[in-house]
Write a protein that binds this ligand. Structure first.
Ligand code: SOE
Length: 387
């Protein structure tokens, strides 16, 4: 496949903005077989969608995603909406013969995720591909961590320690945005940021969680209703509503390969803004990563007689993705993870190969999230994770 890849994107808030940036940039830094064009932006409010399209460089707008999916001049649908609409939009797009990139978590329920996997499998038979947007896999330091594990440098993995810490809703007067409503978001910290650390841990280890025991908590049970919102920010009204998702989820688990793991996802780690941390301890060494220092990976190799962690600056041309950017030491940021994700996706579409993470990978994460919720509801009972 060569030529143009016309993108139709649904949603233009935080994820829509970061995806737009990535679609614009990917072909300028990576050698891609297809040229992404920002063809059509879709949102419910015509004036706001038009303004966003102009700001972010989209050529046309739609106000109904069903019309977007029917358009002949759209090759790929990028789903950047809240989780309650992922399944419907993604399945319709795949059935209409469009490739799909879908934000995480894949869906709000396991049943929806299963339906999406089935639609993706049917579409793949016709050469139509799909990917779920777990962008942190494309942090160069985490991709390097995966490479080191794959090469056996860490040995047999025994412990995985993963946390994702934020604090943007610590204030009890922060309004009840969609991310705090179960019918829109599926779950709270668990699905929004817990999903990322589950995926990152499974990606770096190349292994799969088989069971969990969990605790969840909602600290602030009522919040002001939203006046206006933009991205993660929102204004409050004088009316109040009930928070229907978790503020924090803590769980431990077991990997198929025998490693044990602990996970913490919270929006109540006061002072922590976006601290995704992952530590992997193996028989031959350890790896440690913190997104707040995203250009670094700490590596410990047991054979090293100085017996200390080395701070590797992951900006060398030999490291994953970094050769396409700036000279060593100049560093990358959050947005680059999405550019890498889109570059990989476009390369797969050009080659006709299946992109990863697939919808099946997204379903696997969904099964973990569901097992966490079941466990928490049953006093932290051990829950097996189905295949
Ligand atoms: C909000 O919690 C959020 O933007 C998530 O939705 C993203 O997936 C994560 O990358 C950063 O935090």
């Amino acid at each position: 496949m060569t030529g143009t890849l016309n993108i139709g994107m649904v949603g233009y808030a935080f994820m829509g903005a970061v995806h737009s940036q990535a679609w614009r940039t990917a072909g300028r830094f990576f050698d891609l077989p297809l040229t992404p064009e920002l063809a059509v932006l879709c949102g419910r409010d015509a004036a706001n969608t038009q303004a966003a399209a102009q700001r972010m460089g989209w050529a046309a707008v739609e106000t109904d995603w069903k019309a977007l999916v029917r358009r002949d001049d759209v090759d790929l649908v990028d789903v950047c909406t809240p989780g309650d609409t992922h399944a419907e939009i993604a399945i319709a797009a795949l059935e209409a013969g469009k490739h799909v990139l879908c934000e995480k978590p894949l869906a709000n329920t396991v049943d929806e995720a299963r339906a999406m996997v089935a639609a993706a499998a049917r579409a793949a038979e016709r050469g139509v591909h799909s990917m779920v947007a777990f962008n942190y896999r494309r942090v160069p330091a985490l991709a390097l961590a995966r490479r080191l594990v794959e090469e056996g440098r860490i040995g047999e993995i025994r412990h995985v320690r993963a946390v994702y810490l934020q604090d943007w809703i610590v204030d009890p007067e922060f309004p009840l945005v969609w991310r705090l409503q179960k019918d829109k978001a599926g779950s709270g910290a668990l699905g929004d940021i817990g999903a990322h650390i589950v995926d990152a841990a499974q990606f770096v280890t190349g292994d799969r969680l088989t069971g969990v025991s969990a605790l969840t908590e909602t600290f602030i049970k009522e919040r002001p209703l939203v006046g206006e919102s933009s991205g993660l920010a929102a204004t409050a009204t004088s009316q109040r509503g009930t928070v229907t998702v978790d503020d924090a989820a803590i769980f431990f688990g077991r990997f198929a390969g025998g490693a044990v793991a602990s996970f913490e996802a919270t929006r109540f780690a006061t002072g922590r803004k976006n601290a995704l941390r992952l530590e992997v301890n193996g028989s031959l060494g350890s790896l440690a990563f913190d997104f707040e220092y995203m250009n670094e990976l700490s590596v410990y190799e047991a054979g090293d007689d100085t017996a200390g962690f080395r701070r590797v600056l992951v900006t060398e041309p030999t490291h994953p993705y970094t050769g396409a950017w700036w000279p060593p030491g100049h560093g990358l940021g959050y947005e680059h993870t999405f550019t890498h994700e889109i570059a990989d996706l476009v390369r797969d579409l050009g080659a006709g190969t299946a992109p990863t993470p697939s919808f099946a990978d997204g379903l696997q994460v969904q099964l973990v999230l569901e097992a966490v919720e079941r466990s928490a509801a049953e006093g932290s009972r051990w829950e097996e994770i189905g295949e």
